[in-house]
Design a protein around this ligand. Structure first.
Ligand code: FEO
Length: 171
C-alpha cells in the first residue's frame, strides 16, 4: 500500500475513535439531564463508531500495513439543550463524510482500487448516518411544539437504540 493511503486511513481511525468518544460524552450528558432514551441511543452510536474504527484497523492489518493507536482530543462535554446535542451529531457526521470523501479521492489518485472498493461501505454508511441525524432533528423539532413532546421523543429514542443494538449488521 502507498504510504499516503496508510497515513490517511490512520487519520480516519483516530477520527472514528474521536466520534465514538464524542457520542459517549453526549450520552453522558443526556443521562445526567434526564433523557435516558437519548442516552441509550447515543451510547449505541458510540459503540458503532468504535466498530467503524476497528474495521479500518483490521483492513490495514489484512493488507500488511501498520494501524496506529494515536492520542485523542478531548471531546465537547457540555451542551445547552437536547437540540444542541443532536445538532452537534449532524454537524459531526457532515465532517466525517468530508473525511471519507477525501480518503476516497486519495485512493483514486494513488490508484489503490482495493481500498476504494473497501471504502464503499463507509460511503453508504455516511449517507445513512446523515439521513438518520436529520430525521432525529426533525422529530425533535416536532416534539418541541407539543406538550409532553420531549417525553415521547425520548421514548422513541429508546426504541431506536434497542433496534440498533439488536441488529449489529446495520452498523
Ligand atoms: Fe463513523 Fe458516524 O461515522
Amino acid at each position: 500500500m502507498k504510504q499516503k493511503v496508510i497515513d490517511t486511513i490512520n487519520f480516519q481511525i483516530k477520527a472514528e475513535e474521536e466520534s465514538s468518544r464524542l457520542y459517549f460524552a453526549m450520552a453522558n450528558w443526556c443521562e445526567l439531564n434526564g433523557f435516558a432514551g437519548s442516552a441509550a441511543y447515543l451510547y449505541e452510536h458510540a459503540n458503532e463508531e468504535r466498530m467503524h474504527m476497528v474495521k479500518l484497523v483490521k483492513y490495514l492489518n489484512e493488507r500488511g500495513a501498520q494501524a496506529k493507536t494515536k492520542s485523542l482530543e478531548e471531546p465537547q462535554n457540555e451542551w445547552d439543550s437536547l437540540k444542541d446535542v443532536f445538532k452537534g451529531v449532524l454537524v459531526h457526521e457532515e465532517k466525517v463524510t468530508e473525511l471519507i470523501n477525501n480518503l476516497y479521492e486519495i485512493c483514486l489518485n494513488e490508484k489503490d482500487y482495493l481500498t476504494s472498493n473497501f471504502l464503499q461501505w463507509y460511503i453508504q454508511e455516511q449517507v445513512e448516518e446523515e439521513a438518520s441525524a436529520r430525521s432525529v432533528l426533525d422529530q425533535l423539532e416536532l416534539a418541541s411544539t407539543s406538550q409532553g413532546g420531549f417525553f415521547h421523543f425520548d421514548k422513541e429514542m429508546k426504541i431506536m437504540a434497542a433496534t440498533a443494538a439488536s441488529n449489529p449488521l446495520s452498523e
